[in-house]
Design a protein around this ligand. Sequence first.
Ligand code: PEP
Ligand code: MN
Length: 337
Amino acid sequence: MIIILKEKAAPQKVQQLIQDMEAQGLSIHQSQGVNTTLLGIVGDTSKVDIEKIQALDVVAQVKRIQEPYKSANRKFHPQDTVIDIRGKKIGGGHFQVAAGPCSVESREQLMTIADQVKDAGAGILRGGAFKPRTSPYAFQGLGAQGIELLKEARERTGMPIVTEIMNIGHLPLFEDVDVIQVGARNMQNFELLKELGHIDKPILLKRGLANTLEELLMSAEYIMSGGNEKVILCERGIRTFETSTRNTLDISAIPMLKKKSHLPVVVDPSHASGIVWMVEPLSMAAIAAGADGLIIEVHNCPEKALSDGAQSLRPEQFSQIMDKIKKTAVFFGKTME
Ligand code: PEP
Ligand code: MN
């Protein structure tokens, strides 16, 4: 971090600023020019409040050189993080596909789809029990009963389960869930993120509809700074001016996140496009760009789905795409176990 001081900064106040920085365990290198004085702040500046410094009357400008996140930062953790989900590994060359319905709708629906995605080679079962819907009149999910059905499907197939949490108060219901999903709409629900930082369970953190990658990594930091280092990042498309797809898949997010962070990165081509035929090309693109996994919506009867039918693959379509996914992942040096 570099602090540029104002031309006629009062020496006493500058001294006070230097002492405050040193009290935070940072060392200061002062460089005196003809008109400008620079303070180079060396050390872990992730906890320094940049706005407070900016507000001091001796300060002209503050510039961060180091990212404001530490736990999620590859600089402090060069090796890829590998997360173990009931024996299914993701990250560091291990590739996983999570598949299943947008919403858990009934026992019959979930068990049918669970059997089919397992046969096709998916490693993890997805299914929403608490659904974030734009309309309060739309199907809101089966809630606690949906989670019970997911557990039953896990029992039946052996596949670990991932499902979305929307309310901190619901956390006890997720005790026996394998991966807790934080949906796009809750990426900056900081109280929820803090709470998830105190549990020992993988968290699938989806990028918000209009959030930058730095904001996504800061949200991961909320979870990790609480002690839970098992965070999986998910690119699921962002809002742009384009209207022909539901969202715009930000392919560059994948190599950028992998460069900046050691955490596994998965891609959701279903929510990114909102279009069933686009799931395959976007999956291929995601693997080529370095993704560690995919999360794909599959429904046994998409035309009757209670949510996201238009983007849900039929099991036969999923099975065909899975063959290509497996070959492509292997081609790009991943293992799928
Ligand atoms: C979902 O995965 O079902 C979902 C609601 O996704 P997102 O939060 O990315 O919209
Ligand atoms: Mn959905």
